[in-house]
Design a protein around this ligand. Structure first.
Ligand code: ADP
Ligand code: MG
Length: 692
């Protein structure tokens, strides 16, 4: 006799009838492991069956959904050698041609007689057609799907699973487990915002009767996501406010000396940022400040100023950068200044030799080194400070929360400053970094022109080369950026070496160099130095130079395969040029064929120079992970909510979360028992939430 096992929220999805190990593996790939994960797999859109149109009624330029049968399916090559899959779809009123370009994977997808639900834009080419429409096969054999409701959820699909596999599994999960999904919000919040219960929300998100119902359900789940995200921030913030820190006063001895040594005046925004920092450092609680400013806005010198305040007060300061190249650069730029002031500075990276390292460690421990600059090598266990007063993290999105915490823990509640070059609007920043105070540098140092950016088609590459040649002849320097080191069969991308060869051939009269992450440190330093000194004209590089690198004479950048990068990353890359007085140019080399949305993204980048606008757009397209540092911020993922479109819910959730913590800092009241439990569950899931 087989024992009947009951499906539970934490059961593996493989135990859902009809799934099994093989399909479960496919679900795992989209992050769905348990029944609960499946319930929280949110449809990314809905097809409103009541809106399905008849083919006869379609008009050119309509965005439409139709339902029909495949009458003919063929695969062919176009005259320009693109692969094309063509389907003639019929319903009882007429026919339409569907064409998919560059989707050879679809060749075997369609069979005559198969029912398809298709949505896309109607255009005209020897009759009505849709190009690259979205489609779902309607599983006739089981006759389900359409019989269930008028609004069909569409899930993020994964290879090996049809929409109907997912729908069926979700239906079972809802029926068997949804009643055990607990309510996690206090009822006063549900009432305040007219939110449905969590259970209802799950039912309605998967099986809505109307699109409006699905929208309300989503609103509830988005609220939850934001609320708990903010709750963690609120908790962290109060924890910091209750901690004793170090008071350090801007005495104006060292700091004034610095200002006199600089060959330029600080910008208004830099001064403002310094004021904020000085105020927070002087306060009796630990500073916890985010300094955000666009690439090239001059954050480094502000950071140095802060470090000098620490030194003036008899404390040590540490500056941690995400790459060796950047740490080396900071050391090279800052050391001469510091030496003039008799401030003792050291550099620690993982490629420093053992004997040297021992010496530095000794000096740090004895307090005879004032400032240390380094990579994550700074947080290794055997490094101890004598009296660390200020910890700074540059390009904070490149570090995990653990690494940031490890640096801070090298001192006793030191002040903490994080620098970010992916600026986001203040309202959003306050919400995302709710545990930090924020200072923003908006203006750039004077005399900088905007970088002129231009998309270049592969076939027009030689025009760009000619332009670059003329610029190089004026003794400017260029970067050529390549997304990968090794050649990749899968993506058909050129390797750094391929591109280097090509560039060397195209520019025989100029010196070229290559730099990437697999080079040994001394070699890499040598190449950076040669480039900095102007003896290399064109540097072919991977993204090792993405952050922080500052070479004012580099005025040109050519980016190969820009489609491989996100907007914020492209902006970082482009931020390497336009740092001098010369006009700077950035070329984006694209293949002739690019997906429309990819092209749109790149062309958004072409038209926008403002880091704020780009970061916001990136957030919209790729979620906040990209901005916050993916899975590194020690906060739950925001998967359902959209920081831009749902910002109203975000702000409400933030206020509610901060209110809750102010009335019940420990989340201990009986009203909040479920809040507390859910927070704990999230923390276990993330393992990281308690830190930071
Ligand atoms: P980021 O904010 O991207 O870290 P950096 O700190 O590297 O920018 O500064 C970029 C460049 O601008 C550096 O060469 C720096 O010397 C220069 N710079 C910084 N502040 C000023 C200023 N007030 N006036 C002129 N140049 C400045
Ligand atoms: Mg920087």
């Amino acid at each position: 006799m087989t024992k009947k096992t009951y499906l539970q929220l934490h059961s593996s999805v493989q135990y859902i009838k009809g799934i099994g190990p093989k399909r479960a593996a496919y679900l795992n790939r989209i992050g769905v492991e348990t029944v609960q994960d499946l319930l929280f797999l949110i449809p990314h859109r809905y097809i409103d069956y009541s809106q399905v149109m008849k083919i006869r009624d379609l008009k050119i330029n309509d965005e439409a959904t139709i339902l029909g049968r495949v009458a003919l399916a063929t695969a062919q090559r176009t005259r320009t050698r693109r692969s094309m899959v063509k389907v003639v779809l019929i319903d009882e009123t007429g026919e339409i041609v569907l064409r998919w370009f560059n989707r050879p994977d679809l060749k075997t997808k369609f069979e005559n007689g198969m029912r398809l639900l298709v949505s896309g834009k109607v255009s005209f080419y020897h009759g009505a057609q849709m190009i690259n429409p979205l489609f779902e096969g309607i599983d006739d054999k089981n006759g389900d799907g359409f019989n269930q409701g008028k609004v069909i959820p569409v899930y993020p699909l994964t290879e090996g699973l049809t929409l109907w596999d997912i729908k069926r599994a979700v239906t079972i999960a809802l029926r068997e487990c949804c009643s055990t999904v607990p309510e996690i919000l206090p009822s006063r919040l549900l009432e305040k915002h007219a939110l449905m219960t969590r259970r209802d929300a799950l039912f309605n998100i998967h099986e809505p009767k109307t699109v409006e119902e699905a929208r309300c359900a989503r609103r509830r789940l988005v609220y939850d996501e934001f609320f708990f995200f903010e709750l963690i921030l609120a908790k962290r913030r109060t924890a910091i406010k209750d901690t004793d820190g170090i008071k350090m006063i801007d005495k104006g001895t060292r700091t004034k000396e610095l200002l006199e040594l600089l060959p330029y005046d600080l910008t208004h925004d830099q001064k403002q940022a310094i004021q904020t920092i000085a105020r927070d450092m002087a306060a009796p609680r630990p500073m916890n400040l985010l300094l955000q400013g666009d690439v090239g806005s001059g954050k480094t010198i502000v950071a140095l100023y802060a470090m000098l305040i620490a030194v003036e007060n008899g404390y040590q300061a540490a500056l941690m950068a995400p790459t060796e190249i950047l740490a080396e650069q900071h050391s090279m730029v800052l050391s001469p200044l510091l030496e003039k002031m008799n401030v003792r500075v050291a550099l620690i990276t993982s490629s420093i030799r053992a004997a040297e390292r021992r010496k530095i460690l000794g000096a740090l421990q004895q307090g005879t080194t004032d400032i240390v600059i380094g990579t994550h090598a700074l947080i290794e266990g055997d490094i101890t400070f004598n009296h660390l007063g200020l910890a700074i993290v540059d390009e904070q999105h490149r570090f995990g929360v653990m690494q940031r915490a490890a640096l801070v823990n090298k001192g006793q509640n030191p002040d903490f400053l994080v620098l970010s070059a992916t600026p986001i609007p203040r309202t959003i920043a306050l919400t995302l970094y709710g545990d930090l105070d924020i200072a923003t540098i908006k203006e750039k140092p004077p005399g900088r022109g905007d970088v002129i950016t231009k998309i270049i088609r592969e076939r027009d590459k030689h025009d760009a080369y000619k332009f670059i040649r003329d610029q190089l002849a004026l003794h400017r320097q260029a970067f050529v950026i390549c997304p990968i080191i090794e050649r990749s069969e899968k993506f058909d991308l050129k390797s750094v070496q391929d591109i280097h060869q090509e560039i060397t051939r195209a520019f025989p009269e100029f010196q070229t160099g290559v730099i990437h992450g697999r080079l040994k440190t001394p070699e890499r330093i040598a190449i950076m130095e040669t480039f900095r000194s102007g003896r290399i004209d064109i540097l072919v590089a991977t993204t090792v130079i993405e952050v922080g690198v500052d070479i004012p004479n580099a005025a040109i950048m050519l980016i190969e395969h820009p489609e491989r990068f996100g907007l914020a990353q492209l902006h970082q890359l482009r931020g390497r040029i336009g740092r001098g007085a010369e006009k700077a140019y950035c070329f984006l080399l694209v293949d002739t064929y690019l997906k429309e949305e990819t092209y749109e993204r790149i062309s958004f980048f072409e038209k926008n120079n403002d880091g704020f606008a780009l970061a916001q757009q990136d957030m919209k397209l790729r979620g906040p992970g990209e901005i916050l540092g993916k899975r590194q911020h020690g906060l739950p993922d925001i998967r359902i909510g959209d920081l831009d479109a749902d910002r109203e819910i975000l702000f409400k959730a933030r206020d509610d979360a901060f209110d809750l913590i102010s009335i019940d800092p420990q989340i201990a009241s009986s009203d909040h028992a479920m809040v507390h439990l859910h927070l704990r569950a999230l923390a276990e899931q993330e393992e990281l939430l308690r830190i930071g």
